[in-house]
Design a protein around this ligand. Sequence first.
Ligand code: PEP
Length: 251
Amino acid sequence: MRRKLVVGNWKMHGSLAENAALLGALRPALADLGGAGSAVCVPFPYLAQVQQALSGSPVAWGAQTLSEYAKGAYTGEVSGAMLKDFGCTYVIVGHSERRSLFAESDAQVALKFEAAQKAGLIPILCVGESLAEREGGTTEHVVARQLDAVIQQVGIKAFAHAVVAYEPVWAIGTGKTATPAQAQAVHAFIRERVASLDEGVAESLIIQYGGSVKAANANELFAQPDIDGGLIGGASLVVEEFLRICEAAQG
Ligand code: PEP
């Protein structure tokens, strides 16, 4: 049985005061998730605050991107080792906002995935199609391309220490959620593709769904056989919503 994992992606939101309120409410409430895991991925400047607030709790934390480089003259960049210094467990790589707004290519995402693992972090690799791609019938092609770029770089065994998040771009922050059946179909496709290379890795791989997950739809989504929790944007900033989503992952 795979455990479920719910990760909040705060994106570029928060302040010291807002985060303190959020973390103060989450920490006691998420103390016992009955085997499911939870984490928050926060903006770089708040890593120290989150580390202090969540240390010793079962709630993990992480960042939303990292540099593909380990060290050097890369002004403004943050390395995997720096994230590790702040106790990060996870780092999101290849979020669709990074791919579309910051022109991250499949190859660059693959290098970031590799850099994360080299630093001892668990990458959460985001894959997903745009609305035009879905309507054009190329969802599987796009997801396979994004996945294969990483597999080519690091090999399939590396996925034993990674999480994949299927995030249809048309569902992120739009209020439009993929139906449980639509999401399950792509999750099964991802798992089969990984299984064609390594069945053991596929069986244990956590594949999260992301895209307008809310308390109201989490139960149905997480009940699908290949959906192992969620990557949550907007709803992770609302205590009651995030807690109820985490509860849904308990099964
Ligand atoms: C995300 O940030 O990855 C995301 C899925 O956002 P939202 O839940 O707001 O759609």
